[in-house]
Design a protein around this ligand. Structure first.
Ligand code: SAH
Ligand code: MG
Length: 216
């Protein structure tokens, strides 16, 4: 993570060229300060999708579609991604980016509040074999019960931004009230991921902090 910037830059310099589309979406997102996954997170995400070959992927937090397109670039042709975003300008941008790609039939964007969608999915018994959690950081803990109910044995929950630039371990007096709430909830989330008997979890400091949990 933040530990050694030179090392991170070196690793990034090894990254092969992206496809023209991914390159364009990434550059536009960075220019507009859209918080897309970091390069090392993208690399790990692609390894997981390649390794697990999930048929049904759920992404919570589409932004402009960069991570969905990244996963789609390595997934099987008969796999699909359902991705959720509720911020109108980003939905518009994501729709444009996805429909302009060769993966348009395999990525389904839902324009709604993720909490609501997850609840209705859980109630109707939907199952996903890979879930990428990357939306409102303070909500992860609240969404977890529904998320777990959608994961069969062996399913993987991959969560981004769990260390909040490292600030998650700062004293509460060093952080603003809003962030304090997010930090408290994120710590509860990480504790739950580590102590829930249904899960095996690894916490990584790469990117902005990543957790990988497998359902027993
Ligand atoms: N996964 C994307 C980045 C997502 S950024 C990528 O790496 O390319 C997080 C996104 O989650 C933001 O666009 C934000 O609008 C969205 N979000 C936050 N809370 C949400 C909610 N309750 N429902 C749906 N989307 C939400
Ligand atoms: Mg993220």
């Amino acid at each position: 993570m933040i530990a050694n910037e030179r090392l991170v830059n070196y690793i990034r310099s090894l990254e092969p060229d992206r496809s023209a589309l991914l390159d364009k979406v990434r550059k536009e997102a960075l220019a507009a300060e859209v918080p897309i996954i970091r390069d090392e997170t993208a690399a790990l995400l692609k390894c997981f999708v390649t390794m697990l070959r999930p048929k049904r992927i759920l992404e919570i937090g589409t932004a402009v579609g960069y991570s969905a397109l990244t996963m789609a670039s390595v997934m099987d042709e008969d796999s699909e991604i359902i991705t959720i975003e509720n911020y109108e300008p980003r939905v518009t941008e994501a729709t444009k980016n996805i429909s302009g790609s060769i993966y348009r039939d395999r990525i389904h964007l839902i324009n709604d509040d993720a909490g609501k969608v997850i609840k209705s999915f859980a109630e109707s018994g939907r199952q996903f074999d890979f879930i990428f959690m990357d939306a409102a950081k303070g909500q992860y803990i609240n969404w977890l019960p529904d998320i777990l109910s959608m994961m069969p044995r062996g399913a993987v929950l991959f969560s981004d931004n769990i260390l909040q630039e490292g600030s998650i371990i700062n004293s509460r007096y060093q952080v603003e009230r809003r962030d304090r709430t997010i930090h408290t909830r994120m710590r509860e989330y990480l504790f739950e991921l580590k102590h829930n008997e249904c899960l095996e979890t690894a916490i990584l400091t790469d990117g902005d902090g990543i957790s990988v949990s497998v359902k027993r």
